[in-house]
Design a protein around this ligand. Structure first.
Ligand code: ADP
Ligand code: MG
Length: 249
């Protein structure tokens, strides 16, 4: 049994079958990549996992608990965090302030932007925020404004904000989309570090094969809404069906 189990998910948009009988099992502590050509249904699948879309049939369970019908914030509270294509940080706030917010929310159960000054005085919240920044190698940049960071550092900051929620599963939707090579490599290193330091399972949707093969230990190939193969990176590389569907060869 995986920590995340998807069974026979179907999702239609009008006449279009976006997902057809999708089964997926993500093992605890693995880095599981979901790849596939544009329109394969990757984002639809992810949206079904985080409460943004309701599949027409099938089940989704996390650590034995059904996720279907739960709101995104409830899914988040169960220990699932999602990272978007564009890093979601507060550009007007400093690096430290950005991390204080989820650290405080984790303790008190509510986001409060207007109470930042008092939150910053709480020793346990502050200590946790500092630790999160140390973990992603951003502590030296704690006074910088969010908007002034490089794309790679914004991603690092966003990851610190995610980690503050102590997730057990991270869902990443093309975390290096639109990044220059240096920022992409920076993000690969960051995700590797996080995975090595903490017991976090990662499910990652990614186009960039360099990223996929650098990080994943399992790969599922989606094509036209259905899993084509699931295997180790080495076996996926030379798989004839994958070449045909994904690389157009
Ligand atoms: P991917 O992320 O793999 O590129 P998507 O999951 O975004 O693929 O899309 C899968 C298919 O479903 C595509 O044909 C897309 O046009 C269609 N689709 C996605 N979302 C919607 C929607 N909200 N309404 C109608 N069609 C959609
Ligand atoms: Mg997509």
């Amino acid at each position: 049994m995986g920590i995340l189990e998807v069974k026979n998910i179907n999702k239609r948009f009008g006449g279009l079958q976006a997902l057809g009988d999708v089964n997926l099992s993500v093992k605890e502590n693995s880095v599981h990549a979901i790849i596939g050509p544009n329109g394969a249904g990757k984002s639809t699948l992810l949206n079904c996992l985080v409460g943004k879309l309701m599949p027409d049939t099938g089940s989704v369970t996390f650590d034995g608990q059904s996720l279907l019908g739960r709101k995104p914030h409830e899914i988040n509270q169960l220990g699932i965090s999602r990272v978007f294509q564009t890093p979601e940080i507060f550009g007007d706030l400093t690096v430290m302030e950005n991390v204080l917010i989820p650290c405080f929310a984790k303790r008190d159960g509510a986001f409060r932007l207007n109470a930042l000054t008092s939150i910053a005085q709480e020793p346990d919240v502050r200590a946790k925020a500092e630790q999160m920044l140390i973990d992603v190698n951003m502590i030296d940049k704690r006074h910088m404004q969010g908007s002034s960071l490089s794309r790679g550092d914004k991603r690092r900051l966003e990851m610190a904000m995610c980690l503050a929620q102590d997730p057990r599963l991270l869902l990443l939707d093309e975390p290096t989309a639109g990044m220059a090579r240096a920022d992409t490599n920076n993000t690969i290193d960051l995700l590797k570090e996080i995975h090595e330091k903490r017991d976090i399972t990662m499910a990652i949707i990614e186009h960039d094969m360099h990223v996929v093969f650098s990080l994943a230990d399992r790969i599922t190939v989606l094509a036209q809404g259905t899993p084509l193969v699931e295997d180790t990176p080495d076996n996926i590389k030379g798989h004839p069906k994958v070449k045909e569907a994904y690389l157009g060869e």
